[in-house]
Design a protein around this ligand. Sequence first.
Ligand code: ZN
Ligand code: ZN
Length: 288
Amino acid sequence: MKKTGIFFTYFQGERLKDFPEALGGLLGKGNVYYYDAVYGSRDGLFYLDPVGEPLLLKVHSKNMIESVKRTGDYESALYCAGGTVQAAEEIHRGNIDNAFVFTAFGDHHAGRDFYHGMCYFNGAALAIAMLKEKGTKRFAIVDTDSHHGDGTRDIFRRDADVLHVCFCDQDYSDRYNKIDVRILNPATDEECLSKMKQAFILRVEAFKPEYIFWEYGYDATKAEYGDRGVSRDLHIKLAELIKTVADEVCQGRLIAILCGGSGRDTATYTIPRIISVFAELNNRFRLA
Ligand SMILES: [Zn+2]
Ligand SMILES: [Zn+2]
């Protein structure tokens, strides 16, 4: 069974109101580890640290960091990105195999010198900067948020060691392993699953990254603000595909980062099920 870390930060907003309670029985499982920035953790052994400024400066410009400080969300943003960095550290140390990171402020619209869409710092990019210092070389990022991951693309534009596959509104590919895959609107679950297999799974098998990061946005779900008509169960099936390929190519090293999506019900439905997939728990949280 895989050891799964849950990195939890909750500061405000509607979508995570049911958590951590909605994690239910998952927190009692012997292979699930809970790291938390807000509440006392299960046995007091694990805490979540904010990301430090020296690491921030390896990814983001001084100007951009100063500008985030003026938003009033700086501290929360440090904890959100810190969850991803710490998840990568724990996997690197061998304490866990994979992780799900809750965020209040996402990730993929934070570039080197800009941010928008409530994405202040790029947690995946910060974790990759940290792992590179420890000698890790190859990474894959898959982005299933409804929108283009412009921040992540900006940071790794010329870095061919980072495969970035983004499902959005355009088709694109270049020699630096940067790929966009157009998803129709409306789309079907079948189309998305087939594009995930073609554009990411096959590619990642050849690319052989040492870590996989998944920007998990659920805003393409029916009735969400990035609605493409897909079902909430699509996300669980995507989790199964991505987890399986991570097990195949990089000893299961996989970090999911919560990205876009605003509905409380979809967060409460999908996140415990995705974590169950990661932790290989066949329980009531799987597909209904
Ligand atoms: Zn894209
Ligand atoms: Zn989005």
